[in-house]
Design a protein around this ligand. Structure first.
Ligand code: GLU
Length: 516
């Protein structure tokens, strides 16, 4: 394929939804695979829905995820400006062309008049059946139309749709989708009130001028596609019309229906790439980045929602995705948003990193809890604990999962840095393992350890094992009570080595004194 040009064209109406990220990713993979270009266009012609900060948020999201654009807002390029609100003059020219060709007309119906029509006629639609009973340039004639405009009345430009024609949308994923033009209404293409086009006109004109070859977008835009096909034809651009690919919806993790922000709030996962501070409501919504996801994991997870390369391989780097991605093999049916699988991907990507790469994030996590340590020591703890299971709270009660985020390490590893200061005598592990003779046993062990001169695992073993063998005592769980304060943690010798001699002996003495 030559000269592939695709675009991601969000409207800056708020945070970018994770489904939009998947759309951008598929465009990126497709562009890279064909050595083409990906364009970033801002579709901001609906000023009522504009949200300040949204554009910057979207750009920062892609920067974090490693999705790179070749042209567009903030990236530049030969087809600019790429922000639709800065392209007014361009659109006006094309609106005039449709008007001159009799393919569009002016309509003066006020919102109140339209409302009255809708109330009077069920399923009222502005189309071939009704347009001649409305207030527009077709019914008023040229002279009256000019007069109304001269008087400064607001108007819209509507697309004149000829009824009774089958419109074919050739979709790469869905095949041939046919609808009859009679069900379409005469869509508003332009509004005099703000001198701006609507989404439909701006989208088609820009795709044409920016030489877009493939329109890859969410399924929610499929109903607009027949209208878009008719617009290309009306402009005489049918020969260079881009090919469409409408991607499957992202579905709720449980049950039917489209994934919503409420599902994320309910089940505890983000639906936005970055944390989002809504400037209107002040509401803060969680993001993948702030929740501790690695961008590579998010990319891999999203790439497989609606497409997969076949076979068993699930871990795919960006380069592998670019190589293997196949737009023609995307599924038509919705993709369940399995956020638990997303956590699994994050764990897999974390485990592929050396412990030293976990360390900086773990050090800052500890710092937030008032603990200062080195990256070296943090990495030692990671090595001991990354394969453990954590318990976490949900609305359905406590659940368990593997360590999947750096933040999971805090509840799991607190005791490495904070000595037990109290003991819960009701705790099952303590009740079972701190017995009558435990204080005496730990006192004997403390004396043995006090004599160890080189404090490492080998020397600890050399001191403890013969004593255990000779006396038949079982000190391990009581020792765990002393050093951890509960029934979890790594191998005891490893833990003691990490804590050091002084701290180990201090914790033992404290437990002996406190538990008796
Ligand atoms: N501005 C539309 C959006 O917000 C673009 C739809 C399209 O890609 O044609 O998603």
């Amino acid at each position: 394929m030559n000269n592939v040009r695709v675009r991601f064209a969000p409207s800056p109406t708020g945070a970018l939804h994770i489904g939009g990220v998947r759309t951008a990713l598929y465009n990126y993979l497709f562009a890279r695979q064909h050595g083409g270009q990906l364009i970033f266009r801002i579709e901001d012609t609906d000023s009522a829905r504009f949200v300040p900060g949204a554009e910057e948020y979207i750009i920062e999201s892609f920067r974090w995820l490693g999705i790179k654009f070749d042209e567009g807002v903030s990236f530049g390029g030969p087809h600019g400006p790429y922000r639709q609100s800065e392209r007014r003059d361009i659109y006006r020219k094309y609106v005039d062309q449709l008007l001159a060709d009799g393919k569009a007309y002016l309509a003066f119906d006020t919102p109140e008049e339209l409302e009255a029509k809708r109330a009077a006629t069920s399923n009222f639609q502005y189309d071939a059946g009704t347009r001649l009973s409305m207030r527009n340039s077709l019914t008023l004639g040229a002279e009256a139309t000019q007069q109304i405009i001269a008087e400064g009345h607001p108007y819209v430009v509507r697309f004149l749709i000829q009824p009774g024609e089958d419109v074919h949308v050739d979709d790469i994923i869905r095949g041939n989708v046919t609808i009859n033009s009679s069900i379409l209404d005469d869509k508003v293409l332009w509004k005099s009130a703000d001198q701006l086009p609507t989404y439909h006109l701006a989208n088609i004109v820009d795709d044409h001028l920016m030489e877009i070859t493939h329109v890859i977008r969410g399924e929610e835009w499929l109903p607009s596609a027949p209208l878009h096909v008719l617009l290309y034809r009306a402009f005489g651009w049918a020969d260079t019309m881009p090919r469409f690919a409408h991607l499957p919806l992202l579905l709720k993790p449980d049950g039917k229906g489209k994934l919503s922000k409420r599902d994320g709030d309910r089940l505890g996962f983000p639906v936005f790439p970055l944390e989002w501070h809504d400037p209107k409501t002040g509401e803060v919504s969680s993001g993948y980045r702030e929740s501790g996801y690695l961008p590579e994991a998010v990319i891999n997870f999203l790439a497989l929602l609606g497409w997969n390369p076949g076979g068993d391989q699930e871990i795919l780097s960006m380069d592998e995705l670019i190589e293997k991605f196949d737009l023609t093999k995307c599924s038509k049916s919705g993709a369940r948003f399995d956020y638990v699988k997303g956590q699994w991907f994050n764990r897999e990507y974390l485990l592929r990193k050396p412990d030293s790469e976990w360390a900086p994030a773990f050090v800052s996590l500890l710092a937030k809890h008032g603990i200062e340590t080195t990256e070296e020591r943090a990495a030692q703890v990671v090595a001991m604990m990354k394969m453990k299971v954590i318990e976490y709270q949900t609305n359905d009660g406590p659940k368990k999962r593997n360590v999947s985020f750096i933040s999971d390490l805090w509840p799991l590893c607190r005791f490495f840095f904070v000595a037990p200061s109290t003991f819960d005598r009701e705790d099952k592990f303590i009740r079972k393992n701190w017995r009558e003779d435990s204080a005496a046993l730990m006192t004997a062990m403390r004396d043995i350890l006090a004599a160890v001169s080189v404090w490492d695992i080998d020397h600890l073993k050399a001191a403890i094992d013969p004593w255990v063998e000779a006396t038949g005592c079982r000190p391990w769980n009581a020792w765990r009570v002393c050093l951890v304060g509960e029934g979890q943690g790594p191998d005891m010798n490893e833990l003691a080595q990490f804590l050091g001699k002084e701290e180990t002996l201090r914790r033992m003495q404290f437990a002996i004194d406190t538990l008796g």
